[in-house]
Design a protein around this ligand. Structure first.
Ligand SMILES: Nc1ncnc2c1ncn2[C@@H]1O[C@H](COP(=O)(O)OP(=O)(O)O)[C@@H](O)[C@H]1O
Ligand SMILES: [Mg+2]
Length: 232
């Protein structure tokens, strides 16, 4: 297994206010999988993704990416784990507003010894004519494309996406999904996406249904639908 999430537990807060958000969540992916975590709001999807991405410390259980475990890692080592293994895309892009597209993407390049080729990447993501623009001059879909390039240039083992189309209109959302599908096919990147859009699971090989802090069901698509056929 390329990603193993084993009985992960995670609480927020202390004493009276303590809330257990993850109550023993488990799932796994093979290398090159494209998968989603679905389920209603508040079920712990983002928390689980943040634990996998080493943005949060887990209380119990284990997470392994390509054999590398996060168990017992210090905050510093979690940062290194994230640098070495994870690319992250968020709903609201999180680009640096004072850097142009090229420099935004290149911030990701410095995080690794073996980056993807910048020229090839912007060609593939159709960003060549936007290189000199600043995030404020771009549409939402264009900004998300830049965020995807920034996450990808460091050649992550796992690309984590939290509601990447949540802020986009349906046509632009579809373009973004088509792009992620292409990245999965072209670069073999393993992708795990949190979404509450009920149309998206059709394009995924695996879907994990999350409810109340646990993965309660796994839905496998032997023949995932092409992203451009989805009714978003
Ligand atoms: N940083 C945090 N501090 C305290 N509570 C949090 C934090 N992040 C999430 N929660 C709580 O955890 C629960 C699950 O949230 P979340 O993982 O965002 O669910 P989902 O992504 O499925 O909507 C919610 O009740 C939320 O309020
Ligand atoms: Mg969420």
């Amino acid at each position: 297994m390329y990603l193993e999430v084993i009985d992960v537990k995670k609480s927020y807060g202390k004493g009276e206010g303590k809330q257990q958000v993850l109550k023993g969540a488990s799932c796994s992916l093979d290398r090159g999988d494209m998968a989603s975590i679905i389920g209603s709001s508040g079920g712990g999807k983002s928390t689980l993704l943040n634990c996998i991405g080493a943005l949060e410390v887990i209380d119990e259980g284990d997470i392994r990416v390509d054999g590398n475990s996060i168990k017992g890692l210090s905050k510093k080592d979690l940062t290194k784990f994230r640098r070495d293994n994870i690319g992250y895309i968020f709903q609201f892009y999180n680009l640096l507003t004072n850097l142009n597209v090229r420099d935004n993407i290149r911030t990701g390049e410095k995080l690794t010894d073996q980056p993807m080729d910048y020229g090839k990447l912007i060609e593939s993501l159709n960003l060549k004519n936007l290189e000199k623009k600043y995030p404020g001059q771009l549409s939402g879909g264009q900004q998300q494309r830049v965020a995807i390039a920034r996450a990808l240039i460091k050649n992550p083992k796992l690309l984590l996406c939290d509601e990447p189309t949540g802020a986009l209109d349906s046509a632009t959302a579809k373009e973004t999904l088509v792009l992620l599908e292409k990245i999965n096919a072209e670069f073999g990147t393993t992708i795990l996406m949190v979404t509450h859009n009920q149309a998206i699971p059709a394009m995924m090989k695996k879907n994990f249904v999350m409810k109340d802090g646990r993965i309660i069901e796994q839905i496998i698509n032997e023949n995932p639908a092409p992203a451009d056929t989805l009714e978003l």
